[in-house]
Design a protein around this ligand. Sequence first.
Ligand code: ZN
Length: 437
Amino acid sequence: MKSVVIFIAKFLSFFMNILGRTGGSLPGVVALKFDSRILEKLVWPKDVVVVTATNGKSTMTNMIADVFEKDGRRVVVNRQGDNLRRGVVSLMMKNVNLLGRVRGDVVVLEVDEMSVRDLMREVPVSVLLVGNIFRDQLDRVGSIENVISRLEECVVEYSGKLVLCGDDVGVARLSLKTKAEVVYFGIGRVEGSLDKCDESPDGKICPRCGELLRYEFYQYSHLGRFLCVECRFGDFKVEYLIDKINLDIGSFIVRGVEFKILNKTTYGVYNALGVVAVCSEMGVDVRVVKDVLVEFEIGNGRMEVFELKNGKKLVVNVVKNVAGANEIIKWIMSQSGKKEVFIVLNNAIADGEDIGWIEDVKFEILADENIERVICGGMKVEDISIRIRKAGVEDSKILVVRNIKEGVEKLCDKNSDKFIMVSYTGVKSVRDELRKL
Ligand SMILES: [Zn+2]
């Protein structure tokens, strides 16, 4: 039966390829219809890495896969981010033989935070990387507490290795529920660390005893060095600890080794650090990791750079939640010279239909003399333009456009550097319009 299901799914993938479709989740949906436990029946390699986080999971997954490929291993990976269970099944159906043996030395899977639990019941995961948990799409996931408790459920029986961001209380909390080996990564006090940070309501309470946590310093949002003085939660050793960062050149030092990255932001450093931790734990030579990180670009609306006809650069970033948007805005403002920002806000299902989160984004920072203009567009153009006005950006600097095409064309008017912040479902249109210029 297993072979028949695999055969049907493979045939579907093949057929859809001929039709010029990438395949997506359909072969997975069909395979699961025939056999809902197909994943359990596959013969997996010893190294299976699962990557989850609110922000950065695609980036980390692709980086880890690149590292293993450069290291000479055969990698099976969902690079396009089909990160729900059916997407993973589709991927695996393409990458097993008819007997169900996985054709690869390593499997690297990006998995949605809410899907990890079910997937881990079926797949023999050897390394689970949890990068961060921020407020995101609460209309879909319920609450941040919901996300964390679902992750907690999946580590109770887990016996592989847990690689956790030790600066995120919600992530570090998983250690309380597991007997698995835990390895932490984090950032020490570096230039740019903050004594106080009011960007997030999360991470305030000790998950073990309920006391208020004390923070020695923050990096951004609720990420930072915390400790419960009551029960000592947070008093763990951070094995992969960054003690120096230079964001101007995109470098950081961990365990005496300097790494360089193209995404010169604190969240870019966190992503890279998670990758360093996973790959080092899995025995990859640090030089291979360095070589991959220094030239890694994911594109696809993550710090994706375009050049306009007038030679000015334009950088596109997907924004989908408060923590991510704040980091992008801070990064934009850290760039020198006059700037123009185009914000495209959609609320399709994949973006999260509730856009209440824009109230908590620090758009106030855009009310600055170096911001020449803020263009507003997308399905929720009214809401975003009202929010920008409320943030203190002068009316004369706000331009509302009917569609992405018009917004992109307007960007060519002025001679400043350009930045686009766009909801997930708007990325494709933005890239298409930019390519037409
Ligand atoms: Zn405590």
